[in-house]
Write a protein that binds this ligand. Structure first.
Ligand SMILES: Nc1nc2c(ncn2[C@@H]2O[C@H](COP(=O)(O)OP(=O)(O)OP(=O)(O)O)[C@@H](O)[C@H]2O)c(=O)[nH]1
Ligand SMILES: C[S@@+](CC[C@H](N)C(=O)[O-])C[C@H]1O[C@@H](n2cnc3c(N)ncnc32)[C@H](O)[C@@H]1O
Ligand code: SF4
Ligand code: SF4
Length: 606
């Protein structure tokens, strides 16, 4: 309390220093400011830092990111599916008061920097009031009120937000080409973002303005030199970000450009590029071209992560604490607040989450197979832990927590990978038991899937079905009288029967596969074709290929229906040919070749 009051006074002294006449003791306003800062640093050094924000690797978490909304006015392909996402009902989103209560608790526990993010934070009504409420936490120790925004709807609001206390702005902009902008963000808007950037750069009260550029190979990597050129005349810090994987964002490691490659390209153009210092917990490693006003840097989350200095915690817009960007585990602070938990109870829960934080995220090779909320922190979380205040399960959780904290690393890693497996196997619950996915809350959207598969058959069977009237007819039930004309296996017979069977099979999927939902299919198309494939040795393999495309308007995807159609179709070919082909046939290569719709995004096998 006393420290807080001192801090407040010194803070006022510091910020007013340039506008007041210097008191007798000091000879200039800058000396007043310097002295005030020295006092502030002293107060910081004796200010207690809550153990709840220190993890088992001794990392102090003094940076809190708060997501204000799940909504966004853009659809950057690496972040959000084009059709948007299933939004949480508004009553599940934290209110302004809940956000400010949590912010205060974190600040009083040691947080000095809060970044507002989203979704797109600027589209939250009342953002100015939230910033103003955060500004009131300065006496408690809050130093930076930052925001990351796409800048699309910010140019009009920005002066007011700065007036209310915003100190730092990071703007996201991936391209300087208006057409590419629309291609990447699925909406036009380059001019509006550039306008915001100009206003931000002219705002004296905003400390460093940063530009975030997510670099995607073959898409915008050629523009890296143009972004570097922006730093010639503008005091902007451009950060090139490695494309990161989140559930359904079409990540693949070949689309990611390692920062080291970019630095090489830039150094080839500018021989005097120099490394400049960063703050201890910065995500970016920064560089500068001598004489240029701005600087550039690299956020290498994938190729060279910075987890050892991680000081970040996140609160999602629906009030979950998330201790690591790549960790699917979340605990609801919202629920505890709404159940009436006191500040100290909430802090205890925060402490549990923080102590369970892993040392680092997985290696790049593994990370894309782990399911995680997308960057915008939306959709159903993969795992929500019960808190110690709630149900019986909480005991198991506390016990696990102890194991995680006390046991050697090997066990921790095993435990964490088990959790990650559970989180990616959607038909298992947290205990590993079979469970149907609850889709009641999901939106109905158009879903399509195509599957293919093949059955290898011997040449004699192939010849029978590849021509309507084979030269040497084989009868299905070879009769001693040889009524070849009626008993011959014809292409029409086999492939038509298999086609109908496949269509019927897809409609029966939910009867055959235990945890599949019954879906109202709107279209099933099946096509079977004969295909002879020449082998390198000059021999031939003979096959029937089955393609099945299934559409539906539903809450869940139709790939199981397409796969079932293909499987049943090929089994029917087997059944039709078994009299002549026996057991030589092989069914193989059944796979999904295309999929669209739903949160996991589009997929196409090339
Ligand atoms: N691995 C990892 N990357 C992060 C994290 N937070 C942000 N990033 C990366 O940093 C990029 C820019 O994020 P911003 O919202 O601008 O935040 P920031 O880099 O923390 O901002 P500063 O406070 O200015 O350093 C994101 O696109 C991510 O690539 C994090 O907690 N972990
Ligand atoms: C999720 S956005 C939220 C704030 C705001 N809507 C914006 O775009 O600035 C925060 C930052 O994450 C970055 N981001 C989103 N998805 C990413 C991904 N897959 N890889 C790397 N960065 C990503 C964005 O470019 C942006 O700079
Ligand atoms: S990166 Fe930001 S602007 Fe782009 S879709 Fe995600 S939340 Fe929206
Ligand atoms: S991946 Fe997790 S531990 Fe690593 S820097 Fe990001 S939030 Fe921190």
């Amino acid at each position: 309390m006393i420290i807080s009051a001192y801090r407040h006074q010194f803070h006022r002294l510091s910020t007013c220093a340039s506008s007041i006449s210097a008191p007798n003791l000091y000879t200039s306003a800058s000396e007043v400011k310097r002295a005030a800062h020295a006092k502030l640093d002293f107060i910081d050094s004796i200010r207690p830092f809550s153990g709840a924000l220190v993890d088992s690797y001794n990392r102090r978490h003094d940076y809190l990111r708060i997501s204000l909304t799940e909504k966004c006015n853009l659809r950057c392909f690496y972040c959000m599916p084009e059709e948007g996402i299933q939004l949480s009902p508004s009553e599940k989103i934290l209110t302004d008061e809940e956000i400010l209560r949590l912010a205060k608790l974190f600040v009083q526990s040691g947080v000095t920097k809060i970044r507002l993010t989203g979704g797109e934070p600027t589209i939250r009504k009342g953002i100015a009031n939230i910033i103003s409420g955060l500004n009131d936490l300065r006496p408690d120790g809050l130093k930076s009120i930052a925001m990351t925004s796409n800048g699309l709807a910010l140019h009009r609001q920005l002066p007011n937000l700065v007036e209310n206390g915003l100190t730092h702005l990071n703007l996201s902009l991936d391209t300087l080409d208006p057409f590419k902008f629309e291609f990447m963000a699925k909406r036009p808007g380059l001019d509006a973002v550039l306008k915001t950037l100009n206003i931000a750069l002219q705002s004296p009260r905003l400390q460093k303005v940063k530009l975030n550029v997510v670099v995607v190979k073959g898409l915008n990597d050629s523009e890296v030199p143009d972004f570097v050129e922006m730093t010639r005349d503008q005091p902007v810090s451009v950060r090139f970000i490695e494309f990161m994987p989140f559930t359904g964002n079409k990540w693949n490691k070949f689309k990611m450009v390692p920062s080291s490659d970019l630095l090489k390209t830039i150094s080839e153009r500018h021989s005097g590029v120099v490394r400049i210092s960063d703050d201890a917990n910065d995500t970016a490693r920064s560089w500068k071209i001598p004489g240029y006003r701005g600087e550039f840097g690299f956020i290498s989350s994938m190729s060279d992560h910075f987890c050892s200095t991680c000081n970040r915690l996140r609160i999602t817009s629906d009030g979950q604490i998330k201790v690591c960007l790549f960790d699917a585990k979340e605990i609801s602070l919202r629920d505890e607040m709404r159940k009436g938990a006191s500040d100290s109870e909430i802090l205890r829960i925060i402490g549990q989450a923080v102590h369970g934080k892993e040392e680092k995220h997985l290696q790049m090779e593994d990370i894309d197979v782990v399911s995680n909320r997308p960057m915008i922190l939306i959709g159903g979380p993969a795992i929500i832990y019960p808190t110690v205040l709630s149900t019986q399960n909480s005991y198991a959780f506390t016990r696990n927590l102890k194991v995680r904290m006390k046991q050697p690393r090997l066990i921790r890693n095993f435990y964490s990978s088990a959790i990650q497996h559970f989180s990616s196997l959607t038909h298992l619950d947290r205990q590993g038991r079979a469970a149907m996915v609850d889709v009641s809350e999901k939106l109905v959207t158009k879903r399509s899937a195509t599957a293919i598969g093949r059955i290898y058959i011997p040449k004699r069977a192939y010849d029978l079905i590849n021509t309507s009237y084979p030269s040497e007819p084989h009868s299905i039930n070879a009769s001693p009288t040889g009524e070849a004309e009626t008993k011959v296996i014809r292409k029409g017979d086999t492939l038509t029967v298999a086609q109908l069977a496949a269509i019927m099979g897809s409609k029966k999927t939910s009867d055959l596969i235990p945890l599949c939902h019954p879906l109202p299919l709107t279209n099933v198309k099946v096509n079977l074709t004969c295909e002879a494939i020449e082998q390198p040795q000059g021999t031939w393999k003979y096959s029937v290929v089955c393609h099945a495309s299934v559409d539906c308007e539903g809450k869940t995807g139709v790939e199981m229906e397409a796969l079932t159609a293909v499987s049943v179709g090929l089994l029917t070919v087997w059944d039709m040919l078994k009299a002549v082909a026996g057991k030589e046939m092989i069914i193989s290569e059944i796979m999904v070749s295309k999929k669209s719709g739903g949160r996991s995004g589009d997929f196409s096998r090339t």
